[in-house]
Design a protein. Sequence first.
Length: 99
Amino acid sequence: MLHGPARSSGPDPASGYKTRLGVVMFIIYCVVYAGFVMTNVVNEGRAMQTIVFAGLNLAVVYGFGLIIFALVLALIYNHLCTRKERELNVTRSEKGAGA
């Protein structure tokens, strides 16, 4: 189990894109989560007791929905960032080949 030192990956040309995308997705998630909190605050939990799906109340369905939504956002983020990195790497290699 001898591991060598980590290699330097150099600058990340997609870091600005990743940062903006992450912030936008974070804000979207915060808005959806704020809806969950506001539903509890405004209705004092009465709305969360409502049965909405397969015998489950809104609190459980909304809670699981938040978890699933976070996972979906993570998959979308990964896909979009990977695509952008590939796009920028191809652009950089074309510039290097043309020089």
